[in-house]
Design a protein around this ligand. Structure first.
Ligand code: 5GP
Ligand code: ZN
Length: 157
């Protein structure tokens, strides 16, 4: 095993609050969230930057981001939207060298709390936050009859 923290999270060797996983992807809460629910989606197979990422896996990462953003709208997080951000490379301020997509829930009129969250990066109760997202995913699955993100079944709520 390499010394990549996200590989260790994927392998269950470092702690993280996971909200979803399947054969190829893992999604977990950011340890220093900008907003409650801030989630990171990573490919399980290590890729440092977009240069190293299989394009089909990249498409699945975005599909997962799409799905989690919708789940945040259907959860008690009551998101009205989301920022989906991928910092590719150190030049783009990527700090963890294992590619990841940020999904940050947004609310109408949250400009001030978002700015504060950006400065403080304080953790919120991870268990209830993860539960909320999993419940949103389950609600979404009921609506469109899709459990996983296109690979295998996801984690159960
Ligand atoms: P980047 O700047 O590379 O796009 O974002 C890296 C993100 O990973 C940051 O938002 C940071 O808070 C998060 N992060 C860094 N180390 C860990 C960790 O050990 N666990 C979790 N869950 N998130 C991490
Ligand atoms: Zn890695």
């Amino acid at each position: 095993m390499n010394d990549c923290v996200f590989c260790r999270i994927v392998a269950g060797e470092a702690p993280a609050t996971k909200v979803y996983e399947d054969d190829l992807l893992c999604a977990f809460l950011d340890i220093r969230p900008v907003a409650r629910g801030h989630t990171l989606i990573v490919p399980k197979r290590h890729a440092t930057e977009l240069e190293d990422l299989d394009a089909d896996v990249g498409a699945l990462v975005f599909r997962a981001g799409h799905r989690i953003a919708l789940a945040m709208r259907r959860s008690s997080l009551a998101a009205d939207g989301a920022n989906l951000v991928l910092n590719d490379g150190r030049a783009a301020f990527q700090t963890v060298p294992h590619i990841h997509l940020h999904v940050i829930p947004r609310r109408h009129g949250d400009k001030l709390s978002f700015a504060k969250g950006f400065l403080l990066r304080r953790p919120h109760d991870p268990q209830s936050t993860a539960d909320a997202i999993r419940t949103g995913l389950a609600t979404l699955a009921c609506q469109d009859d899709t459990e996983g993100f296109g690979t295998q079944e996801g984690m159960q709520a």
